[in-house]
Design a protein around this ligand. Structure first.
Ligand SMILES: Cc1cc2nc3c(=O)[nH]c(=O)nc-3n(C[C@H](O)[C@H](O)[C@H](O)COP(=O)(O)O)c2cc1C
Length: 166
């Protein structure tokens, strides 16, 4: 049976929530690895599919995700890849953030890439973060929401690809 690893980093819980939802929706053997909490990285070579997910802050994905992708680029490029981000922008701006979040080779290689939307929980944000997000939302009239449909579609595409190979 194909094995899938979800590697992710989450500042205030949205990416974690989406990763758990993917985990719940996907068939087969699925493991999760939170790069902010891990003590060791699982052996990537043992996985058939690897999903990488992070969130965008001030236009950038977390350093820990960028470093993970670059350090393991050759190995990742040989796997079935899925990439996702959480962010508040949608459309062309979200696409651009996604393009810049991951190395070109992974963007090209991915069988699915998507942005799932974002969340803003004022209780989890510090003063500055609250001001930044408030300004973003008001200036651009952004809709703060997660797309359940996109998460389901993403999980289905990886699960189907895992099954096809068997
Ligand atoms: C300080 C700050 C800066 C942000 N900058 C961006 C940004 O540049 N573009 C964007 O689309 N979303 C931005 N966001 C929205 C986050 O990507 C969104 O809140 C996401 O749900 C965070 O996920 P996480 O809590 O798992 O890290 C920002 C959020 C914060 C708190």
């Amino acid at each position: 049976m194909d094995k899938t690893l979800i590697v992710y980093a989450s500042d205030h819980g949205t990416v974690e929530k989406c990763s758990r939802e993917l985990f719940r929706l996907m068939d087969g053997k699925v493991d999760m690895c939170n790069l902010n909490r891990r003590e060791f990285l699982p052996d990537l070579s043992t996985y058939d599919s690897i999903i990488v997910g992070g969130s965008i802050h001030s236009g950038k994905i977390q350093d820990v995700i960028a470093t993970f992708c670059n350090e393991h680029l050759d190995l990742l490029a040989g796997k079935r890849i899925g990439l996702f981000i959480n962010c508040l922008y949608s459309g062309a701006k979200a696409e651009k953030q996604m393009d810049e979040a991951f190395p070109e080779v992974l963007n090209q290689k991915a069988i699915i890439r998507d942005y799932f939307g974002g969340e803003v929980d004022e209780l989890k944000l510090n003063f500055l973060e609250r001001i930044i997000t408030k300004q973003m939302i008001e200036k651009e009239d952004l809709v703060v929401a997660l797309s359940k449909e996109k998460i389901e579609r993403f999980a289905n595409i990886i699960s189907s690809a895992n099954e096809e190979k068997e």
